[in-house]
Design a binder for this molecule. Sequence first.
Ligand code: PMP
Length: 426
Amino acid sequence: MNYTRSSALFIEAGKVIPGGVNSPVRAFKGVGGTPIFIKEAKGAYLYDEDGNQFIDYINSWGPMILGHAFEPVVNAVIERAKKGTSFGTPTELETKIAELAVSMVPNIDKIRFVNSGTEACMSAIRLARGYTKRDKIIKFSGCYHGHSDSFLIAAGSGLSTFGVPNSPGVTQGTAKDTLLAKFNDIENVKSIFEANKNEIAAVIVEPVPGNMGCIPPLNNFLAQLREVCTNNNTLLIFDEVMTGFRLAKGGAQELYNVKADLVCFGKVIGGGLPVGAFAGGEEIMNHLAPLGPVYQAGTLSGNPLAMAAGYEMLKALNADLDIYKRLEEKTAYLEKGMRSVLEKNKVEFTINRVGSMISVHFDKNPVVDFETAKNGDNQKFKDFFHGLLNNGVYIAPSSYETWFLTDALTYEDLDNTVKAVEKVTK
Ligand code: PMP
């Protein structure tokens, strides 16, 4: 494939945008080479500036469950834009989408809309701290909750009692309130609670992490987290920015039948427009301003274009009784196909999958947390990534990301993907 125009555009972009991108992973740093500049997308496909077509397994990092340029969403945005793009006042549409979201997701009475997943998680943590009057939070190594300071904390060697900032600019003061735990290791979580009695406001978790590949929760891990949180009067926050409205209508709470106290959403809930939201039971949510003392605000929060897009997206997901079944079947089909060709080609691999989230790791041992996710052979991943790209299949440019399937994919697309996997791993 020829990427001449993308290469030229990347050089131009680098002159005026740091690293040429507005979000780091887009720069292909982990895999090398030049990022592809996308011109347009429709259904399951991306089209780049050089005229190449790709089957898309990123899908805007999750939200395009019904495919790119999904007509009801596009039409709603066009119609809404004609009537004004932002008022900074309440609109009826905000209530409509809130009612719909509350009806689809278990255990939430009220929801507040923000502009990104980052804002949703940042605000949920503030609310949890304000509600419990405690400062510390537990997050899991390898889980990503956006780029606000409290979450940019990585594990030190072994279990760190206090977090260590992994971005300059995050103060030690902030980092010390973020305690790191190991995903899928409930004893580890319990020991952190033991060492920080009555101090932990919240545990925040991606119920199915998608930021270290896709990691299924094992041995009732989520239910056990629920129990530990309840026993310690700590709030359990599910970051469902990726899993919400994707794994089931009601997200991971529904799939695993575990109740979270607060739930964070992003991307999907805006149909691909810049939206996030956080939600919970009435008692907790009423602590937010203007009802309560915990401050949170946004000029563009509940923006009419974003709400119009999100409302159409949620309506479509809510109306289609078979959507999650179809997504599951398509992804299981892809998994089966990839397993068979990888085995045939004698590749050492692990495939993890939950619903329509799937990841391929170049390591034969189980991948269950951040440590094991790091064991993958990165050179093999790079070759795999570029091989697939050159064969018209676009997966995320990092071995720490999940693939997201869209219902717009046909079985022919899936067969072509498996053929590409077979070819590039020969
Ligand atoms: N939480 C999770 C689980 C995410 O995957 C992401 C982004 N991929 C975020 C939060 C942050 O969302 P945003 O990029 O919209 O700020």
